[in-house]
Design a protein around this ligand. Structure first.
Ligand code: BEZ
Length: 256
């Protein structure tokens, strides 16, 4: 499958319509167990909401994200916190961190080995990496519906784009171990995720899947997405609400 141009982010739309991303991330903080004074790195912090929750524990937290728009908004949202534009596959801080936290980001990063190496190198011995990402077959129905409709209309190259990487438990545990981590906990579970009331699968596709439609004229793109939405009505619409068939992979990995 073909590589993609970089995803760009509309941080306003992200906060307004997709707040469930960081709402679900709150649960992941129970695995992080941040403590006062601990140095914690929030990798792919977006607009900073989870970074702020980590900071509320008294930890000394730094948020990093590849998107300067996300970081601008994070700084506006939380003036007192540290946020930096950094590439997750190529960062190196003088200070070391007790923990690295990451929610719903790793499946966007193609260079998996590189990001894990950076995380490993930035941790103190005894430090831990706590993360959640999309697991094997995550959003399978939505992704298949997008590809099927694009193929039907002759947009074969668009349909072949490979936007995300969703590893299995075995695959990711091996990667973590090859990097040097000890996997303390790993979990794979379904989490059908309902969109905000009144929002549709079109909103989700326009936010997260827009690269699939690169080069397609606006009117045609709207028609395609409308057809995708229609085809997903049977499987991803219940009691008047849209949901996405998320499957999560969660882990705690230690640098011993
Ligand atoms: C996820 O969190 O699983 C996800 C979010 C946006 C696009 C694809 C997957």
């Amino acid at each position: 499958m073909e590589e993609l141009p970089k995803q760009t982010w509309n941080s306003n739309l992200y906060d307004k319509k997709h707040s469930y991303v960081f709402k679900y991330g709150e649960d992941l903080l129970n695995l992080l167990e941040p403590k006062p004074g601990e140095k914690i790195l929030d990798l792919g912090c977006g607009t900073g909401h989870l970074t702020n929750l980590i900071a509320a524990s008294g930890a000394d937290v730094t948020g990093i994200d590849m998107s300067s728009q996300m970081i601008d908004d994070a700084r506006k949202n939380y003036h007192n916190l540290k946020f930096l534009v950094e590439d997750a596959t190529n960062f190196n801080f003088d200070e070391k961190f007790h923990s690295v936290f990451s929610n719903a980001v790793l499946h966007w990063i193609k260079k998996k080995e590189k990001v894990l190496k950076c995380v490993y190198n930035t941790l103190t011995p005894g430090g831990k990496f706590v993360a959640e990402l999309g697991g094997k077959n995550n959003i399978h129905r939505v992704e298949s519906a997008i590809r099927t409709e694009l193929i039907k209309r002759g947009y074969i190259r668009n349909a072949e784009l490979n936007l995300w990487h969703y590893p299995s438990v075995g695959e990711y545990a091996s990667l973590l171990e090859q990097t040097g981590f000890t996997v303390k906990f790993i979990s794979y579970f379904n989490r059908d995720t309902f969109l905000n009331d009144g929002d549709s699968i079109t909103d989700w596709i326009e936010m997260f899947g827009k690269a699939f439609f690169n080069g397609i004229e606006t009117f045609e793109k709207s028609n395609i997405i409308a057809s995708i939405q229609e085809s997903l009505k049977r499987t991803n619409f219940i009691n008047n609400r849209w949901f996405v068939d998320y499957i999560r992979l969660r882990f705690v990995a230690a640098k011993e």
